[in-house]
Design a protein around this ligand. Structure first.
Ligand code: RNT
Ligand code: ZN
Length: 416
């Protein structure tokens, strides 16, 4: 224990905050690590481009090309990140035998056995995402909303296969699997029919979740989005659509990705709104720059505000937290690590805030003092507690980038 930590501990104790207890709690909060940062959302089941209205930009050398490379990279990230992680997989990361190919509607648990082995060996749970994009059967940009029944059915079958795989993940790891449904379906220009695709989407999700599963093990979510590249005028899975779907279907969670709203809307304000109604909600945590650009998460104001809402709503066990960004312009190990650390720092900052005292000031309409106290909190020695958390987890705040550079030199730079 450092003297810096000793001094910080005393300062927080005066505010009624037990830093030792906070550190112990932070260690146990799992953050779901998106496998797709490692290979620019490519996956292993296709050679085509990334579609669905999302895009990676940049061609920094060293992206993972095989399951072994991706796993090695994730291991590197795990070694650099303090605290618990969960693994977040997409269906396109299925691992086939050499020469084998299985289409998405026919995927089986066995195609993810290697990932289960990987997760179990590291004590991690697994979250899952059906991949409704980057595939030739997305017809005219549409999957679950397609007016072509054969196409729609194919994607429904994919969703059902993913429910079965999600349950397999949960049973194998002993940790519930959050299964997130996101589709990029939409139109570039003014649509002639906005309701038709949404009614088909509704029917499709209903067919998918009708696949038998234990709601304690599989947590289906629906993720909304305001627009995507090439689908600027309309997306079927809008905020109103997905939120209402989750609200009207038992055991379906709403998933908010904070890159998926108009730029002045904030998910921090939406978290407590949803928590008034839903027993559990899910998040994709990202950083949009001017639009849903999926930049690496940093410890910025809105990130801190989102964490603050989860903590002060006492909802750490009601919110599934996953990272979702993809930067191909910088070292991918570094991108992953910065994002994980940023979210954990935001949680720590939130847990080191005297929320009860601040709430009381608000309820007593003592707004002058509230403003002053909130500003004081910003100057508290958060960094010293973070350093102690890192130390207890076998790492430090500064120094890990040298490891990244070494790994780049020894491993990533050889991937030509
Ligand atoms: C896209 C959504 C979605 C994807 C992942 C890869 O805008 O955020 O969650 O990022 O499924
Ligand atoms: Zn997302």
């Amino acid at each position: 224990m450092s003297t810096r930590y000793e001094s910080a501990k005393a300062i927080y104790a005066k505010l009624g905050i037990d830093t030792d207890a906070v550190i112990a709690k932070l260690k146990e909060i799992p953050v779901s690590l998106h496998c797709w940062q490692g290979d620019d959302v490519t996956g292993f089941d296709h050679d085509g481009p990334l579609t669905g209205g999302i895009q990676t930009t940049g061609n920094y050398p060293g992206k993972a090309r095989t399951p072994d490379e991706l796993m090695a990279d994730i291991d590197k990230v795990i070694s650099l990140c303090p605290g618990k992680l969960k693994l977040n997989l997409h269906a396109c990361y299925a691992i086939f035998e050499p020469g084998q190919f299985v289409d998405r509607d026919k995927l089986e648990p066995k195609h993810f056995a290697k990932w289960v082995e990987f997760a179990k060996a590291r004590g991690m749970g697994i979250d899952f995402n059906p991949t409704f994009f980057s595939h030739p059967k997305v017809k005219d940009g549409l999957s679950l909303t397609s007016p072509d029944e054969e196409t729609r059915k194919f994607w429904v079958e994919h969703g059902k296969a993913c429910i079965r795989i999600s349950e397999y993940f949960a049973r194998e790891t002993g940790i519930p699997c959050v299964m997130n449904i996101w589709i990029g379906d939409g139109f570039k220009d003014v649509p002639a029919d906005r309701m038709g695709p949404r009614l088909r989407y509704k029917k499709s999700i209903e067919e998918i979740i009708a696949e038998p599963h234990d709601p304690k093990l599989v947590k289906p979510c629906v993720e909304s989005k305001v627009f995507g590249i090439g689908v600027e005028s309309y997306t079927a899975g809008s905020a109103e659509f997905t939120l209402t779907f989750a609200a009207t279907h038992e055991n379906v969670l709403p998933l908010m990705d904070n890159g998926h709203y108009h730029p002045t809307e904030v998910v921090s304000d939406k978290i407590p709104a949803l928590l008034c109604y839903f027993p559990e909600i899910a998040l994709h945590i990202t950083r949009g720059v001017r639009w849903d650009s999926d930049h690496v998460l940093l410890l910025d104001d809105e990130t801190k505000e989102m964490a603050k809402e989860i903590v002060r709503c006492n909802a750490l066990d009601r919110v599934y937290m996953a990272l979702d960004y993809f930067d191909a312009s910088i070292n991918r190990i570094s991108a992953w690590t910065v994002g994980v650390r940023s979210w954990k720092k935001a949680l720590l900052a939130a847990m080191l805030t005297p929320h009860e005292q601040l709430k009381k000031l608000q309820d007593n309409a003592e707004f002058s003092e509230l403003m002053v106290r909130m500003e004081e909190v910003k100057m508290l020695p958060l960094g010293d507690v973070w350093e102690e958390f890192c130390r207890q987890c076998g790492t430090t705040e500064c120094g890990w980038f040298d490891e990244v550079k070494k790994y780049e030199k020894e491993v990533l730079s050889k991937r030509k």
